[in-house]
Design a protein around this ligand. Structure first.
Ligand SMILES: Cc1cc2nc3c(=O)[nH]c(=O)nc-3n(C[C@H](O)[C@H](O)[C@H](O)COP(=O)(O)OP(=O)(O)OC[C@H]3O[C@@H](n4cnc5c(N)ncnc54)[C@H](O)[C@@H]3O)c2cc1C
Length: 255
């Protein structure tokens, strides 16, 4: 369990804000790169300070639920966008999807000195040896993970990346290998459910020949439905698809 404080924030675009966390405790953070994520512990509105479970092993969940309601933090999963082991800083890129989400609201209003706790977690992007090309697909919640994967990818990687965002202002330059085609998919209908545009686009796309490794993340329907299409229509073995439901439309994450 690592305690940090907000060092600075940066509004990247209409729907993305980067929060940089810092603190001596980050010296203990085991950085794995790629799409690594952390559990973030955030104080609830009205709490004067952050209370966190004590243990970093499996007991933290029980400890969290044993805390009196007035001390319990919010817990949400977020990808590590950047980790600087020398400066002891970590960037998290939050989707600003409005005040309905405590994490979204916290990030949009964060100021230097605000407290946040974190617990290191793992990676889902585990490409096997021998894949001919990579298919990377996500909605805005997976953009930070996809950008990290692309920036850290070997220079000879070949692939197709589809990144869906709420509006054209949210697209940005990507440091991807030359052999990866990056497609930004900007929604034009503000009431559309995130992920549907990417799902329909990739379903209709002509995919390259050869054995792919696929990583699909975002609102739950996108990875679930796209995996089905990849297996049924394209004959991709299930083991060659990492599919991760990052959130569910209309449902808050479980604290
Ligand atoms: C492994 C992993 C890595 C993730 N990495 C990131 C990341 O780097 N950046 C990031 O922004 N998110 C990331 N997410 C998704 C993030 O954890 C969820 O979006 C989370 O629910 C946000 O919490 P909240 O408190 O803002 O909203 P909640 O309290 O969970 O939800 C409140 C309401 O907002 C809706 N909602 C939740 N998320 C979104 C969204 N993105 N867009 C529109 N509506 C939403 C819910 O359906 C609900 O109706 C990741 C999730 C996982 C599992």
């Amino acid at each position: 369990m690592i305690r940090t404080r907000v060092v600075r924030t940066e509004r990247l675009s209409k729907h993305f804000v980067t929060v940089t966390l810092g603190g001596a405790g980050l010296a203990d953070f085991a950085f794995l790169g790629r799409d690594q994520f952390v559990r973030l512990f955030l104080p609830r509105a009205g709490q004067d300070r952050l209370h966190m479970p004590a243990d970093a092993d499996k007991r933290w969940v029980g400890q969290l639920h044993a805390m009196p309601p007035e001390r319990q933090p919010h817990v949400r999963s977020y990808s590590v966008r950047r980790f600087d082991a020398e400066a002891l800083e970590m960037d998290i890129e939050f989707v600003d999807h409005g005040d309905a989400g405590p994490a979204s609201a916290w990030a949009a209003g964060a100021v230097p000195g605000d407290e946040a706790g974190l617990l290191a977690d793992g990676v889902y992007y585990l490409p096997p040896e021998g894949a001919d090309w990579h298919l990377l697909v996500g909605d805005e919640s997976a953009v930070p993970a996809l950008l990290s994967i692309l920036e850290q990818a070997p220079a000879d990687l070949r692939g197709q990346a589809y990144l869906e965002v709420p509006c054209a202002d949210d697209a940005r330059p990507v440091a991807a290998p030359a052999g990866v085609d990056v497609h930004w998919l900007a929604r034009t209908d503000p009431s559309a459910v995130p992920g549907r545009l990417a799902l329909e686009t990739v379903r209709a796309a002509e995919l390259p020949e050869g054995r792919p490794y696929c990583f699909v993340a975002g609102e739950n329907t996108l990875p679930t439905e796209l995996r089905r299409a990849l297996v049924r229509r394209h004959g991709v073995p299930k083991d060659d698809i990492a599919f991760v439901g990052y959130w569910r439309h209309g449902r808050a994450a479980m604290d």
